[in-house]
Design a protein around this ligand. Structure first.
Ligand code: ABN
Length: 175
């Protein structure tokens, strides 16, 4: 390996005589900046990551304790399925609001639109878990039946809002 040591020694000395320290540093700097710019655009295979994200999205759309569950397309409130109840039943100690708002949501499994009744559950303080807010087809208070941003426990004996259910009430007819 002596010859290799000698070779590198001779090349280093020759380079040191020809190239100044400043231009050597500038060259190394250019190399580093070039690499930093070029590397992110190299064609990495991102397909696997995208497939994973799509799979995660599908799982969420089928899980009624996630905001992305399809029936929650016009729900504003805490999910009762995270609060001791279910997607369509109030947790113990609360009762469904006497008035409600409705939404029309598409079930991704069959591609059909369904009418959903959103009822607030009343009688306990805010659940505080799984706050979701989707507003597909939601309208301001001049269309009360489509308005989600108020406490629908207003007509109950106890007006305390706890969480919101999303009961399926029928298939939406196309007009
Ligand atoms: N409809 C859910 C809700 C309750 C209280 C305040 C705003 C929204």
């Amino acid at each position: 390996m002596r010859w290799l040591d000698g070779f590198f020694e001779r090349s280093s000395r020759r380079a040191a005589q020809r190239v100044s320290r400043r231009s050597a540093l500038a060259g190394i700097g250019r190399l580093l900046v070039g690499a930093a710019l070029a590397l992110p655009v190299l064609p990495f295979d991102r397909v696997a990551r995208l497939a994973g994200a799509a799979e995660g999205g599908k799982k969420k759309a089928a899980d009624d304790s996630q905001c992305e569950y399809w029936r929650y397309c016009a729900l504003d409130g805490y999910l009762c399925s995270c609060c001791g109840g279910s997607v369509s039943t109030c947790p113990p100690g609360t009762e469904p609001s006497k008035v409600a708002w409705i939404g029309t949501c598409r079930n991704p499994q069959d591609g059909k639109d369904y009418l959903i009744s959103y009822n607030d559950c009343c009688g306990k303080t805010s659940c505080g878990r799984c706050l979701c807010n989707f507003n597909l087809g939601e309208r301001p208070a001049y269309r009360m039946g489509l308005h989600n941003d108020i406490n629908w426990c207003m007509a109950n004996t106890s007006t305390m809002f706890h969480c919101t259910t999303a009961a399926l009430i029928g298939v939406a007819e196309r007009t």
